[in-house]
Every structure is written in structure tokens, then in C-alpha cells.
Design a protein around this ligand. Structure first.
Ligand SMILES: Cc1ncc(COP(=O)(O)O)c(C=O)c1O
Length: 425
């Protein structure tokens, strides 16, 4: 465990259960919160799905990289070696987080930028008669790049629809629109709007049966559950470290053998090796160091031995248990409020609750809660298609995002704030 990793405790019963092979260690949320200077600022943060707060260890890793000798990646000078080490450490960390190989991790400016780049690369090989499948549930970053790339080459776009009444995205919705002409299907690992976690492995099986690639947006999922490229059946998985305690950047992971077959646009003198071929310009060494620190931080959330991957999986089990307990509490309370509709309903989902109140503007509720130091934004959060399908138009609704640092006192403040809102509305 790194020296700055959060303390965590394991209840005696959890210990015994863990030893028997089941049961989950308990997060020590109070100790965890100590690592986040921003949480001392006093606000209750339910805005994690937009970007988490950052532990000191991550900021320190960024600062240490920037204040150490640093230059373009290479092997001759110490400065070059430092940058090289940061690149390799960042890739190794994300590989552990995503169940991928370090040589298949591509860093970039953001998931959006990486997805646009990859869509144009793949579309070089598409044409009229080819098809791509996108889902109505997704964030626009996993829709529009594919739609625009398909349109640019005359390929056809087909839509897998989710059920707004249940929040479920049934694999059958993909089966209905996949065909032997499908070149790529894109789906979210978890909806950033309503939390739905579709059965990605089933969708992957359907896509592969048709000879299509599957691109999985794990940006929201990776903050709440361990992600496994292979278990998901994904050909490419995308994430954004700033959603899970890291700096603002994005990454993709794929089998290096798949990346070898692709020819992205690149500068003539830049490396043609994989994954460098996909990483345009100079890499953000300090952000890669911060990303590695974020992954180490998560791996240290729960005490125990093992590889970093094993510790990550154990930590996420504890995170899921903590977050779903808070989600259950919030959900029950929201449903008691006047005119409340909770749109997050899927059987399997993250602790991200989208709610609106009949006769009340969600933006007003958001602004009211903000005056009480409770950060709960209202929007469609770029999941525009999903918001419209839910009948919420472009404005969306109030999104209550639970994070691993959320505690019961945050929830008290949220619920008190909502009560106060309705008392004066
Ligand atoms: C589910 C999901 N996908 C994609 C994105 C876009 O990520 P980035 O900001 O790295 O482009 C977001 C950002 O909110 C998201 O929540």
C-alpha cells in the first residue's frame, strides 16, 4: 500500500467471510475522506459522475512529475528516462484497472477526442452498405463520433433502443439491428444519466457473431466497478481518469494485435509502434503519473495482499457495497418527495440517480441545493438521446451521483436540502 493510500477497515465478520471466499471488506469512508482536500471545503458532492474530487496523492504525483527533471520521452538523459517511466507506469496502471495489456493502452486528451480519432480511423475501411450500431442510452461521446464517421463514408447508422420505462437496454435491442453488414457496435458499460449497466458480454457475443467490433464506453462504469476488457467481450474499452480520482485525460484499451491492424492518421516522424501510433503529439507525462497514482489509490482502498489487479477488484467490491447502500437510502427518500419520478430503474446499475419533480424545474432545485452547499447538478449530461427518450428533453433532470467518498452526512444534507426546497417552493 503506498504511504498516502487511504486507511480502510475490515469488519470481523467481513474478515471471516473473506477468508471463506465470500464477503466484502468494509470501506472506512471517514479515513478515505481525509485524503481529499476538496471535501474539507464543506460542500456535499453528488457531482461525481461529472468528475470526481481528487485525493492529495494524485495531485502530488502530478506535481512531483512536473518538478522533477522532465523532457521528451527517451532513454539517454535522466529527464528523458523520467518521462518514459511515467508513460510506462500510466499504461501499466490502466491495464490493471481495465483488465487489459499495457501495450494496448492509448492515452489521449479525453475519451471524446480518442473516440473521434478512432472512429475516423475505422471508417477508412467502411463504405456504403456498411452499418454501425449505436445505442440510445449512451453519452453522446459514444454516439456522435460513430454517426459522423459513418455519414462521412456513406455507411448506415442503426439504433439500439432502451426501454425508458424500465431503464433497461436489452441485448435483444442490438440483435434487432445487427446484421452481417455491421462493422462496429458501440455501447455503454454504464449510463452516466440513469446508471443502467447493460449486459455488455451478451451484446459483445451478438456483435461478434455478425463479425462486428464492439466499442465499450466504460467512462461511467470505471468509477464504480472493476472493468475487465475480456470479460466484457469488448474489442475496445474507453475510460476517463478524472471520473475515478485521476487527472483530466482519457484512455482506450484494446488488444495490441487489433491496434496493429489499424492505420490512424499520424505525423511522418512520429513512432509507428503500437500504442504510440495512436497517441498524437507529446504525451501528458504528468497526467499519466497522476493516473497511475489514482489507480494505486483505488487499489489501496481496502487492505490486503495480491497483485494490483487483485487489489483493485477487492476495492471495487467494497466500493460497490458502500455505494449501493447509500443509493438505496437516497432512492427510498426521493420516492417520498412530492411529484418525484426516479428514472434510474434498471435491475443492474451504478449509484447514479436521475430524478425530477412534477411541476418543478430541476434547474431551480439544483440552484437551491447549491446555496446550501449541496452539489447536485441538473442537465442531460450529454446523454442527450437518452434524456429525450425519457421525455426529459434537452434539459434533463437532477442527477444524484454517489461516489466512494459520499457518506451518510452528505445524504442527510441532500435530503434536508430537498425538504427545505419543498417547504419554500
Ligand atoms: C459515460 C460517459 N462517456 C463519455 C464521457 C466523455 O468523457 P471525456 O470527458 O473524457 O471526453 C463522459 C463524460 O461525462 C461520460 O460520462
Amino acid at each position: 500500500m503506498p504511504p498516502t493510500a487511504p486507511a480502510a477497515s475490515t469488519s470481523p465478520s467481513a474478515d471471516a467471510a473473506s477468508a471463506a471466499g465470500h464477503g466484502v471488506a468494509t470501506l472506512d469512508v471517514a479515513a478515505l475522506r481525509e485524503h481529499f482536500p476538496a471535501l474539507q471545503g464543506g460542500a456535499a458532492h453528488f457531482d461525481g459522475p461529472g468528475g470526481s474530487q481528487i485525493p492529495s496523492a494524485v495531485a502530488e504525483a502530478v506535481a512531483a512529475t512536473m518538478t522533477a527533471p522532465m523532457s521528451t520521452r527517451g532513454s539517454v538523459t535522466q529527464a528523458e528516462q523520467n518521462s518514459d517511466a511515467n508513460v510506462l507506469a500510466g499504461r501499466a496502471a490502466l491495464a490493471d484497472l481495465l483488465g487489459a495489456q499495457p501495450g494496448g493502452v492509448v492515452f489521449g486528451r479525453s475519451m471524446t477526442a480518442l473516440t473521434f480519432d478512432l472512429s475516423r480511423t475505422l471508417a477508412k475501411d467502411w463504405g456504403p452498405g456498411d452499418e454501425v450500431v449505436v445505442s440510445r442510452l449512451d453519452h453522446d461521446a459514444n454516439i456522435r463520433p460513430w454517426v459522423l464517421a459513418a455519414e462521412a463514408v456513406g455507411a448506415t447508422v442503426r439504433w439500439a433502443e432502451f426501454d425508458p420505462t424500465t431503464g433497461e437496454l436489452d441485448p435483444q435491442a442490438f440483435a434487432d439491428v445487427l446484421s452481417d453488414r455491421t462493422r462496429l457496435a458501440a455501447v455503454t458499460g454504464a449510463s452516466n444519466l440513469i446508471g443502467t449497466r447493460p449486459d455488455v458480454a451478451a451484446i459483445a457475443g451478438l456483435a461478434h457473431d455478425r463479425g462486428a467490433l464492439l466499442f465499450v464506453d466504460a467512462v461511467h462504469l470505471a468509477a464504480h466497478a472493476s472493468v475487465d476488457l475480456e470479460a466484457l467481450g469488448a474489442d475496445v474499452v474507453a475510460c476517463s481518469p478524472y471520473k475515478f480520482f485521476g487527472p483530466h485525460c482519457g484512455a482506450l484499451a484494446a488488444d495490441p494485435a487489433l491496434l496493429e491492424t489499424l492505420r490512424p492518421d499520424k505525423l511522418a516522424p512520429s513512432s509507428d509502434a503500437v500504442p504510440e501510433r495512436f497517441e498524437l503529439g507529446t504525451l501528458p507525462y504528468e497526467l499519466m503519473a497522476g493516473t497511475a497514482a489514482a489507480v494505486d489509490f483505488i487499489a489501496g482502498l481496502v487492505p490486503g495482499e495480491g497483485t494490483r489487479r487483485e487489489r483493485l477488484v477487492r476495492s471495487f467490491a467494497a466500493v460497490e457495497e458502500h455505494e449501493s447502500a447509500l443509493r438505496t437510502r437516497i432512492e427510498a427518500a426521493l420516492l417520498e418527495l412530492p411529484g418525484a419520478t426516479v428514472h434510474s430503474r434498471a435491475a443492474r446499475r451504478t449509484p447514479t440517480l436521475l430524478v425530477d419533480f412534477a411541476g418543478h424545474d430541476s434547474g431551480e432545485v439544483y440552484r437551491f441545493l447549491a446555496t446550501r452547499g449541496v452539489n447536485v447538478p441538473a442537465s442531460s449530461f450529454y446523454a442527450l438521446e437518452a434524456s429525450r427518450a425519457l421525455g426529459l428533453g434537452d434539459a434533463g433532470a437532477l442527477r444524484v451521483g454517489v461516489a466512494s467518498y459520499t457518506d451518510d452526512s452528505d445524504v442527510d444534507r441532500l435530503l434536508d436540502g430537498l425538504e427545505a426546497y419543498f417547504a419554500q417552493a
